[in-house]
Design a protein around this ligand. Structure first.
Ligand SMILES: NCCCC[C@H](NC(=O)[C@@H](N)CCCCN)C(=O)O
Length: 447
């Protein structure tokens, strides 16, 4: 049998590292504003609703204009190399616009928009930048997943997917920990964004390593009769829509991720207000979450590969998240050690669910529809990623204002409701697996 470049362990792990590093830079940019929420309020005058509008702009293009689905189509039509370069370029354009908004636009200038009414010009431009960035970032997310499937199919795929998520968490951790020290060093709110933009440029360059190697793989594969298994087809969407297991996992993804990533957008301020943490170090506690997931996601992925129990792993993860938000909701529990302990539990939950969820999609949806399925799940998930921060911002502003500060009781209830509902979908998925025999409880590696 002819050896392909993807048969070389060194080559495929080089590809994984290159793609994961590009994504890591994207994850850093995605959450870089989160620890700056309080400073945005103090320096630029943004209130919680405005911060919520900014965070929800994540879905303006991806969800409302269905651009995430367009990203999936581009991926099919033009392939992973083109789409990766395109998506990283789009991320860069969005990042530059976001930087421009914060650095150069006077926060007092207001503009009037049809339907939306009056708003800060700075908020509008920064949000547009974030919306463009999010389109590139999510498109790159689907592209990265397909690249890993393409290079690792039949090999250590779940471990590779787990490693990519681990790199992603490193990016989120940087976003939690680095912005405030960078701000303190340079005294400007825009500098952390500039820092990320430069890193993204590095991500763009490193993606070229993949481009070169993948071109080689393409040449080798051209000699084989390739199955048409990586295409995005509109007809596939209907077939996926009829699959109940898909909906259970998509809803679980929507609810679970909506209870974690949007929380991180408010977590630094939450640590300051509820646990009286010094603002200078407040980002470090939420930063513990990605730190733990960094090591645990590949570990749990490996366990799923060898021992199975995917549906149970997801159920345990959602139950742990419920425990975290119940603890956060108890008024008297406000020692910073409780915050640290809960972040560790949250980190374990946030490793369990993704490590089992992403490989499980491949057991529910046949290979030829997997690309479409990932694009659709990302789209459903983006509804929560975009909508929940806006709802939390509005709730904080309407019902949580306490002088210049906020009471986070209602937002914690919102997050608790989201994860309680996710438990229901985890249970439904487990039952559907028993009925349909998807094999979610079976190991991925066949003996
Ligand atoms: N190979 C599958 C990787 C998915 C990882 C997953 N990412 C997402 O779900 C993205 N749609 C967006 C996450 C938003 C982060 N700011 C993850 O667990 O990160």
């Amino acid at each position: 049998m002819v050896q392909k470049i993807s048969d070389s362990v060194a080559a495929r792990w080089t590809v994984l590292i290159a793609v994961s590093l590009t994504m890591m830079c994207g994850y850093f940019m995605c959450d870089v504003m989160s620890p700056l929420k309080t400073l945005l309020q103090e320096i630029m005058g943004w209130d919680s609703v405005e911060y919520g509008v900014f965070s929800s702009s994540y879905g303006w293009l991806n969800v409302i204009l269905l651009m995430l689905i367009v990203g999936g189509v581009i991926l099919d039509k033009k392939g992973a190399r083109f789409t990766g370069v395109f998506a990283t370029g789009v991320m860069l354009i969005g990042a530059v616009l976001k930087y421009y908004g914060i650095e150069f636009i006077d926060p007092t200038i207001r503009t009037t928009l049809p339907f939306f009414g009056e708003m800060r010009l700075q908020l509008l431009v920064t949000s547009l930048g974030y919306a463009i960035f999010a389109f590139g970032y999510e498109t790159m997310g689907i592209t990265a997943t397909k690249i890993i499937v393409r290079w690792f199919k039949g090999k250590e795929m779940a471990l590779a997917l787990g490693m990519q998520v681990a790199f992603a968490r490193l990016g989120t951790m940087l976003a939690m920990v680095a912005p405030i020290p960078i701000y303190n060093m340079f005294g400007k709110l825009s500098t952390p964004i500039l820092f990320c933009t430069v890193l993204l440029l590095f991500g763009f360059a490193i993606f070229m390593v993949f481009v070169v190697m993948d071109r080689k793989l393409d040449k080798e594969r051209a000699q084989e009769a390739l199955a048409d298994d990586e295409k995005f087809r509109f007809s596939d969407i209907l077939l996926i829509f009829r699959n109940r297991g898909f909906w259970y996992i998509a809803m679980l993804c929507l609810l679970f991720y909506a209870a974690v990533f949007p929380f991180l957008k408010f977590a630094t301020e939450f640590m300051i207000i509820k646990f009286n943490v010094n603002p200078e170090y407040a980002g470090i506690i939420p930063g513990l979450l990605p730190l733990g997931t960094l090591f645990l996601t590949p570990l749990f992925g490996g366990i799923y590969d060898k021992k199975g129990k995917g549906a149970t792993i997801m159920l345990i993860g959602t139950l742990m998240l419920v425990g975290v938000y119940i603890t956060f909701s108890i008024t008297g529990l406000n020692h910073w050690l409780v915050a640290v302990a809960m972040m560790i539990v949250l980190g374990i939950a946030f490793s369990l669910v993704p490590s089992a969820m992403w490989p499980s999609v491949a057991k529910i949806i046949p290979m030829e529809r997997l690309g479409s399925a990932y694009a659709l799940i990302f789209w459903v998930q983006n509804i929560g990623l975009a909508g929940v921060p806006l709802v939390v911002g509005i709730v904080l502003d309407k019902y949580g204002k306490v002088g210049d500060s906020y009471d986070y009781t209602y937002p914690v209830y919102i997050f608790l409701a989201l994860c309680l509902t996710s438990v229901i979908f985890a249970l439904l998925l487990k039952r559907e697996d028993r009925v349909k025999g998807y094999g979610l409880e079976k190991p991925n590696i066949k003996k």
